[in-house]
Each structure stands twice: as structure tokens, then as C-alpha cells.
Ligand binder design. Structure first.
Ligand SMILES: N#Cc1c(N)ncnc1-c1cnn(CCN2CCOCC2)c1
Length: 286
């Protein structure tokens, strides 16, 4: 247990007060599936996803610069030894109450919305799209932050305007889409379809729009292997498919507490996280 006050706890991460306008974001090895946190950790998941976020902050800085925005990462070395490698020391922000989601492909709740309305939020889409279809252009599909354990609530652009004002809402939409486009381009070059992602922003003490949270990880985004991308059915998850398939085969009812994962599923899932990191960054995971 860290000797720091706990500020927030998500399914797989915690936020601690690091004093003096700083927070410590700690990524655990926990994995969630079907809205449940599983009892079996995936070794190194926290370290891999932290290293991936750090790399994306570097890659996306030119996009942030175009918007006069920054990011909240201060250090990954100035952290307690017990969480070294899976913790980020970040600038404390005044978080904006919007989950900024960009979708480049039709999936999940997006497919449901499209099936009902022929559009996603206020963006009309061509007929004939199916689960997994690539969208003509990426779409901004914001939601409001739910309480821990609840689902985020989809909101339209007008609601974002109501929360943060017209100019800021437009800035969030354009910056979210720009970050997604750049991330999707880099990911596809590495053989990974970045189907969608969720980013969070806050304002620094100087009032500067700042990218927070984790960035473009398999926990905040849908990663699909490019080689198996085939619109018309649910796409296999790059990182969670072994877990999902085993849970389904185990007969688990998705309501009672989830079962422990077998060693081979844990090992294969760890390997997927490491491979995703190495494929994207071109760096060896130490
Ligand atoms: N990032 C960040 C950040 C910041 N830089 N400044 C102030 N507050 C936050 C913050 C606090 N909670 N959340 C929601 C997302 N959490 C992420 C970790 O895991 C739990 C959920 C963001």
C-alpha cells in the first residue's frame, strides 16, 4: 500500500495525491472483461500500459502543440520504488466533465445507435455499414463520466457545449479527432486497427488545455489485429480475446463472480500486451 492519500480508484488503476499540484497514477495488473474485474492479474500489464501511454504522449506532442495544448505527464522515474514502471507522476488538472471518445470504426454501442438511427450522434452515416465497418470519417462521440461501476452516458455535442461552452466544446472535438487520426495512422502501420479511443482533458493551473489520464492504451481503446479485420461481425480484440473466449467456454454466467483464469490464458494475454507495445513502439519491453 502506498503511503499517499488515495484520490480515486478505477477498475484497474488508482490515483494518489502526490502533493504540490501533483498526482500519482498507478496502473495495476488487473484486467476487466464483460464489466467485471477478474480475480487473476496479468503480470506486467500495468508496466506495459504505462510504458505505452508514455510513448503515446511523446508521439502525440506535435498534435497537442498544434492546438496550443499540453499533456499532464511529469515523470515516470520520480515515483515510489514499489510502483516503478507502472506509475506516472502527473500535473494535477481541473478535469473537464467529458469523456472524449473518437470512433473510426463501427463497433459496440456505435453499431446499436447506427442500426436505430442511421447515424452516430448528430453525424449521418452512409447506409449499409456493419459491425466493424470503417467510418468515412472519424466521429466524436462524447459521454459524461459515470460513477465508478456505472456506464458512461452518451451525450451529444450540444450537451458538451452546455458543460464547457461552445469554443471549448469545438476544441475538444477537433483535438480528440486529431489525436485519434494520428494514433490510428501510427497503429495501422504497426498492424493494429485503433477502432476507437477515449481521452480525458483538464485545465492546468495556468488555464491551458491539457491531455490527462492514460492515452491510446488497450484499456482506453479498441485494438483489433489488422490482419483479421473483416467487417460484418464482432472483431477479435487484440488483447482480451483469449480472456473473453475462455470465459465464454468456461460457462461463466457473466453475473456471478468471475472464475480464475488458467495459466495459459494469463501467459497468452501477457504476451499480447507485450507484443502490442513492441509492435507499436519498435522498442523491446524490458
Ligand atoms: N488523469 C488525471 C487527473 C489529473 N491529471 N489531474 C486531476 N485529476 C485527474 C483525474 C482523477 N481521476 N480521473 C479520472 C480517470 N481516472 C484515471 C485513473 O484511474 C481512475 C480513473 C482523472
Amino acid at each position: 500500500m502506498l503511503d499517499l492519500p488515495l484520490v480515486a480508484r478505477g477498475k484497474v488503476r488508482e490515483v494518489y495525491d502526490a502533493g504540490a499540484d501533483r498526482l500519482l497514477l498507478v496502473a495495476s495488473d488487473r484486467i476487466s472483461a464483460y464489466d467485471h474485474v477478474l480475480p487473476t492479474p496479468i503480470p506486467d500489464k500495468g508496466r506495459v500500459l504505462t510504458a505505452l501511454s508514455v510513448w503515446w504522449f511523446e508521439q502525440l506532442t506535435p498534435v497537442l502543440d498544434e492546438f496550443g495544448a499540453g499533456h499532464h505527464l511529469l515523470s515516470v522515474t520520480d515515483v515510489p520504488a514499489e510502483v516503478a514502471g507502472r506509475a506516472m507522476l502527473v500535473r494535477r488538472l481541473t478535469m473537464l466533465p467529458v469523456e472524449c471518445v473518437a470512433r473510426g470504426y463501427l463497433s459496440g454501442s456505435g453499431t446499436v445507435e447506427y442500426s436505430r438511427t442511421g447515424s452516430i450522434r448528430d453525424v449521418p452515416l452512409p447506409a449499409g455499414l456493419v459491425e466493424g465497418s470503417r467510418l468515412p470519417e472519424p466521429v466524436f462521440t462524447p459521454s459524461t463520466k459515470a460513477e465508478v461501476g456505472e456506464h458512461d452516458e452518451a451525450i451529444d455535442f450540444a450537451a458538451v457545449v452546455g458543460l464547457v461552452g461552445q469554443a471549448r466544446a469545438e476544441e475538444l472535438r477537433e483535438l480528440t479527432l486529431a489525436l485519434y487520426r494520428r494514433g490510428a495512422e501510427i497503429a495501422l502501420d504497426a498492424g493494429i486497427v485503433l477502432a476507437d479511443t477515449k481521452v480525458e482533458f483538464g485545465l492546468s493551473t495556468e488555464g491551458r488545455l491539457t491531455l490527462g489520464d492514460e492515452v491510446l492504451t488497450p484499456d482506453s481503446s479498441r485494438f483489433w489485429p489488422a490482419v483479421t479485420w473483416s467487417p460484418g461481425a464482432a472483431q477479435p480484440s487484440y488483447d482480451k480475446q483469449y480472456v473473453r473466449d475462455w470465459l465464454t467456454s468456461s460457462g461463466w454466467d457473466r453475473v456471478s463472480p468471475p472464475p480464475e483464469l488458467p495459466d495459459d490464458v494469463v501467459a497468452a494475454t501477457r504476451e499480447r500486451y507485450v507484443t502490442a507495445y513492441e509492435q507499436l513502439t519498435g522498442r523491446r519491453f524490458a
